[in-house]
Design a protein around this ligand. Structure first.
Ligand SMILES: NC(=O)c1ccc[n+]([C@@H]2O[C@H](COP(=O)([O-])OP(=O)(O)OC[C@H]3O[C@@H](n4cnc5c(N)ncnc54)[C@H](O)[C@@H]3O)[C@@H](O)[C@H]2O)c1
Length: 423
């Protein structure tokens, strides 16, 4: 079940159907195309992940969701302007068969959008209970359910007293506490129904004590936040490269233009602030200036996102990176990424749904709450209290693969490799 049926969601759903029909390949998806090495390098065992793991099959997936705009997904996909007309025509009846359910929405939290297809209720608890009923009805059609937020970026919210315990949160829903955004109502409803919840956006949705408590109580895993796609994906590759060679960084200027609805929402300062926070933390976490003050103490890190309608979903980003090497001599690196935002995000959303469904069925994982092994997919991954999140893409990838080996009872791979060399 997807909350928000815009660009990412329609690209995900249309993509799954196109793959099922043999029209296109699931490029960018680890669960569909990735392999995993098992045992020693000499054993030659590297099955496809989907053969190794008991993942749900694409053919078995059924979609439903909510949006603040009505209409079917064929029209929503056309509005999103991600996929071309030829592809959409080939799967048109399927897309036309899916229509969003009315959403729990409040314009105070996404100021640029005016919802026309929304629930009404006497308070936030009432709206959340209505979402629960939608989930209960869908449960009758599907053996297992996962809920993913692919909705708009909400305004920046800080944790307050209402987020500190489940009891405070539930009272806060009764009292219409302003700290409770619509995305939190969906998360509460899903977790209360014992269902895993993924947050693909940067808003405060599951990463606070009350949701952690609910997640553990209900054995319903949580993961977030903000899909790691374009520029931040590149940052989490380049920053570890500089650090691993002990090269210094003095400045990192990141500029973006994008013209989709997400860009329009992010053009509003409070939603931009939410996005900015989720993008900013990564450099400091990867470079660890406290451990390496000579290299990273005074980095000037600046991020700009500009709404520019002519480009629609085809985002362009520029990074100017000022680095320095031996004896402090300066150098520069320029990165110009002409990406397609939702083409990068859709396979991440698919993998997250399949892996979270697997986590929900794995006794050693489902009671943990936060699924840190999925930090590979997020710009601002959540982690246990007191533990800093891991941002380096390659450490995240090793963590993910070792967790999959753990789930299947295979030996973990440490990359030590001494035993290949005998005496
Ligand atoms: N496209 C990417 O590559 C990418 C990458 C990382 C994160 N994200 C995040 O994912 C989210 C979705 O991105 P998108 O490009 O699909 O945006 P989009 O604007 O195309 O789609 C979001 C949809 O959510 C709906 N919505 C808003 N509030 C809702 C609510 N309370 N309930 C139900 N529906 C609601 C909107 O009507 C819209 O249709 C954004 O927060 C974005 O920042 C996107």
């Amino acid at each position: 079940m997807t909350v928000g049926m815009g660009a990412v969601c329609t690209t995900l759903i249309a993509g799954v159907e196109a793959v099922r029909k043999g029209i296109a390949k699931p490029i960018g998806s680890l669960t569909q195309m990735g392999t995993i090495r098992l045992g020693k390098r000499t054993e030659g065992r590297s099955p496809l992940m989907r053969d190794f793991l008991p993942l749900a099959k694409l053919d078995d997936i059924v979609f439903a969701g909510w949006d603040i705009f009505g209409g079917n997904l064929y029209d929503a996909a056309k509005t999103a302007q991600v996929l071309d007309k030829d592809l959409l025509e080939q799967i048109r009846p399927f897309l036309e068969s899916i229509e969003p359910m009315p959403a729990a929405f409040d314009q105070n939290y996404v100021k640029r959008l005016t919802g026309t297809h929304i629930k009404s209720g006497k308070n936030k608890r009432d709206l959340a209970e209505q979402i629960r009923k939608d989930i209960q009805a869908f449960k009758k059609k599907a053996d297992r359910v996962v809920v993913i937020w692919t909705g708009s970026t909400e305004i920046f919210l800080k944790q307050t007293a209402v987020h500190q315990s489940l009891a405070a949160f539930e009272k806060g829903m009764d009292d219409d506490d302003p700290g409770i955004a619509p995305s939190q109502l969906y998360a509460w409803a899903a977790l209360t129904e014992g269902i895993a919840f993924i947050n693909g956006a940067p808003n405060l949705t599951v990463d606070f004590p009350a949701m952690n408590e609910l997640s553990r109580k209900m054995n319903a895993p949580i993961a977030g936040r903000d899909f790691k796609t374009g520029q931040t994906f590149m940052k989490s590759v380049l920053a570890p490269a500089f650090k691993t060679r002990m090269l210094g960084v003095s400045g990192w200027f990141s500029d973006n233009i994008l013209g989709n609805r997400d860009g329009e929402v992010l053009d509003e300062p409070q939603s931009f602030k939410t996005k900015e926070e989720s993008k900013l933390g990564l450099l400091e976490m990867i470079l660890q200036p406290d451990l390496h003050p000579d290299l990273y103490k005074d980095i000037y890190h600046k991020i700009r996102i500009n709404y520019y309608p002519p480009r629609a979903d085809n985002k362009e980003s520029w990074d100017n990176i000022d680095i320095f090497g031996w004896l402090g001599y300066p150098m520069q690196l320029k990165v110009n990424f002409l990406c397609r935002d939702s083409i990068l995000a859709a396979p991440l959303a698919l993998d997250l749904c399949l892996f979270m469904d697997l986590a929900a069925r794995t006794p050693s994982l489902r009671g943990l709450g936060i699924q840190e092994w999925l930090s590979f997919y997020f710009k601002a991954p959540d982690s246990a209290p007191g533990v800093y999140p891991e941002h380096d893409l390659f450490i995240q990838s090793m963590k993910l693969k070792n967790t999959l080996r753990h789930i299947m009872g295979e030996d973990l791979i440490t990359h030590l490799g001494l035993d290949y060399y005998g005496e």
